[in-house]
Design a binder for this molecule. Structure first.
Ligand SMILES: [Zn+2]
Length: 170
């Protein structure tokens, strides 16, 4: 009869034997086959974001560190030289201001060292910066400014500040 296929609101048909069973019943009492509950999947099952699956290695660190994709043969320690060069300029200026007579051979050597060393260090450091961060400092501008008498102390400090902002070091 047709009424055999009728089911009440709280009933459904067993997917194995076709018997009318209660929706709440997980296992058909007639054939014993488990019937899927027509409910939403439990939370947490679909929590995996699609972007997660696209990773190549599947190496997941607990603190979500972005993978280093950059390569550079330049040392990461050039900023020490930038800081040192900037500091050297401060020393030179202090000596030149306090006791110009003391700025003899050694002072001349230090000045020369700072004059060439600071822009050179910054040049190499910017190669590292470009290879290891999204910061793209205009190398020529910084190098020129770092070679300018008196301005270079401010510029050196500004450079290190920018570097700290973009790379975290110093
Ligand atoms: Zn059944």
């Amino acid at each position: 009869m047709a009424e055999k296929r009728q089911k009440a609101v709280d009933e459904m048909f067993c997917r194995n034997c076709g018997d009318r069973i209660k929706k709440a019943a997980e296992i058909c009492p007639d054939c014993g086959v488990k019937n899927e509950k027509p409910t939403a999947p439990p939370p947490g099952r679909s929590s995996r974001s699609p972007a997660e699956g696209t990773g190549s290695g599947g190496a997941s660190s607990p603190h979500q560190t972005p993978p280093r994709q950059y390569e550079s043969s330049v040392s990461e320690n050039w900023w020490y030289a930038v800081a040192g060069g900037t500091g050297l300029w401060v020393v030179v200026f202090v000596i030149a201001g306090a006791a110009p007579d003391a700025l003899g051979a050694l002072g001349g050597f230090l000045t020369l060292l700072a004059w060439f060393g600071l822009p050179l260090a910054a040049y190499f450091d910017m190669q590292y910066v470009c290879a290891n961060s999204d910061w793209r400092p205009s190398t020529a501008l910084w190098v020129v400014l770092l070679a300018v008498w008196l301005v270079n102390i401010v510029v050196g400090a500004a450079y290190l500040y920018q570097r700290h902002d973009k790379l975290g070091t110093p």
